[in-house]
Design a protein around this ligand. Structure first.
Ligand code: TXE
Length: 484
């Protein structure tokens, strides 16, 4: 790979910051080196985005934006094989999941192109005879920061609506997983995105990330990542009232009611907790099972968990790949020790003896609500299992953490499930379903899981300011003052 990996003001440039080795988590080998941005280069990217927003017609030219978005979608679709292979090598996610991520990214681009095309200002005839228009306008320069678990897809949930609405962008992937975004930026330039509209900076939170949030030329920060980083960013943005969206962590419950089909429920529990190695913000890492089926479900779970095919993520048949990094694997292993020390019973969770960062999926039983393993996001293939006596108790346990990103309910009784859904404080609730992000519907968290929503019309609104223009067509005398 060439050293020019930053994309600033329509030109590929070499990063003058740290040189970082990018590791394949499947074997620990170095994939390539990345020349990261300095703070100064990040500021140049912000300046380029500022100029493109203020001085070009990008933000006014909706037709051009729709055309460009559709073109990016087509290019991404026709390069899907290459980009999914890169995503898998860099993240360790099984190839079938990377392929899904690319398809979902394409769908997201097309959705926002169509949505913005069909939008028109709201017109209101007021009782006093004046006419109002309510107009959505782009916010300006947007700093978009994403983590390593879904580099391209989570990027697209921000890039597509931000561009559709007419903003300009400085984008930063995680320092661990920049590769798919470099390739994506090449496609974006082929699609005719004007210079300065999209800028790619690479690096960590300390150098590039903080310059992207503190610069006074940035109007909006949209961030997906950990709660503590989100808190810092929120504090920084508050100082100048920058617009901010935060999609943070979770500790999502899956509630299995007594009428559930046990075999099918077990499949969904495995999928909810272990999809993408459990490195998913909405992972159903807390399983709540009605006491009447608790033992049966656990027995089945422990049996079926062993048959999950863990291995090289490039194989089509692989169901679980490696953890993103040695450091993150150690964090997960440390949580397993914490859980055992807290008195919970652990099944699985051993590091697998092979190159790369592999671990067996893990289940904790004999778990109490106050335990760290129940309250904190582990972000790996680890689930805790608790039982409940009635719906009231299930709801109490489900709501009993600082998070509120998602929840699942498994039941044959849709009315009962709907009632429980209405009382769980979470941004997404799946009934007899899990994990699927629908591009048409909002995604985001209650409580400390974040601020704002991505996807659907809410995801576009997150990148717009609203302007109300009220008018009379002629100027009448006011007759308010007794003027001579
Ligand atoms: O996330 P960070 P990390 C959770 C998960 C995980 C924990 C830490 O529990 O174990 O967070 O993961 C950039 N200003 N999630 O350390 O640090 C950073 O470079 C601006 C949940 O990987 O939040 C990267 O691009 N940017 C989550 C991005 O923020 C900063 C997904 C995320 O990194 C910054 C990932 C700063 N000061 C982890 N510091 C989810 N919601 O899906 C870091 N960054």
């Amino acid at each position: 790979m060439v050293n020019e990996q930053l994309f600033i003001n329509g030109v590929w440039v070499e990063g003058k910051g740290q040189i970082r080795e990018i590791i394949n988590p499947a074997d620990g080998n170095i994939l390539t080196e990345i020349y990261e941005a300095t703070e100064n280069q990040t500021k140049q990217a912000v300046e380029a985005a500022r100029y493109a927003f203020d001085k070009t017609d990008w933000s006014f030219n909706k037709d051009m934006r729709v055309k460009v978005l559709l073109q990016i979608a087509n290019l991404l679709e026709s390069n899907a094989d290459e980009i999914s292979e890169i995503e898998t090598n860099n993240t360790g996610k099984p190839i079938r999941e990377s392929e899904m991520d690319i398809q979902d990214s394409v769908a997201c681009l097309r959705y926002y192109a169509e949505l913005v095309k069909s939008e028109s200002p709201l017109q209101i005839e007021m009782n006093d005879g004046s006419l109002s228009h309510v107009i959505s306008e782009p916010i300006g320069v947007c700093s978009l920061i994403v983590p390593w678990n879904f580099p391209l897809l989570l990027g697209m949930w921000k890039i597509a609506p931000a561009l559709a609405a007419g903003n300009t962008i400085v984008f930063k992937p995680s320092e661990l997983t920049p590769l798919s975004l470099i390739l994506f930026t090449e496609l974006l330039t082929d699609a005719g995105v004007p210079e300065g509209v999209f800028n790619l900076v690479l690096g960590d939170g300390v150098t590039a990330g903080s310059a992207m949030t503190t610069d006074s030329d940035v109007d909006k920060v949209s961030f997906t990542g950990g709660v503590e980083t989100g808190r810092k960013i929120n504090e920084i943005c508050a100082k100048t009232f920058k617009r901010v969206s935060l999609e943070l962590g979770g500790k999502s419950p899956m509630v299995v009611l007594d009428d559930a089909d046990v075999d099918k429920a077990v499949e969904w529990i495995l999928f909810g907790g272990f999809f993408n190695q459990g490195e998913v913000c909405v992972a159903s890492s807390r399983i709540l099972i009605h006491e009447s089926i608790y033992n049966t479900v656990i027995n089945e779970l422990c049996k079926k968990m062993k048959s999950i095919n863990i291995g090289s993520p490039v194989e089509k048949t692989t169901e679980m790949g490696p953890i993103i990094s040695e450091e993150h694997l150690n964090k997960i292993l440390n949580y397993l020790t914490i859980g055992v020390n807290e008195g919970a019973c652990l099944t699985g969770g051993k590091r697998i003896n092979r190159d790369g960062y592999y671990i067996e999926p893990a289940i904790f039983t004999n778990v109490k609500q106050h335990m760290q393993i129940v309250q904190e996001e582990i972000f790996g293939p680890v689930i805790t299992i608790q039982s409940f006596k009635n719906d009231e108790e299930a709801i109490q346990l489900a709501n009993g953490t600082k998070f509120g990103l998602a929840a699942g309910i498994i039941s044959k009784n849709v009315a009962r499930a709907n009632d429980i859904a209405s009382r769980i404080k979470a941004g997404t609730i799946w009934i007899n379903n899990y994990h699927i992000p629908y591009v048409e519907a909002p995604w985001g968290g209650y409580k400390q899981s974040g601020i704002g929503r991505e996807l659907g019309p809410h995801g576009l609104a997150a990148f717009t300011e609203v302007k109300h223009v009220n008018r009379y067509n002629t100027l009448e005398s006011l007759d308010w003052y007794k003027l001579d």
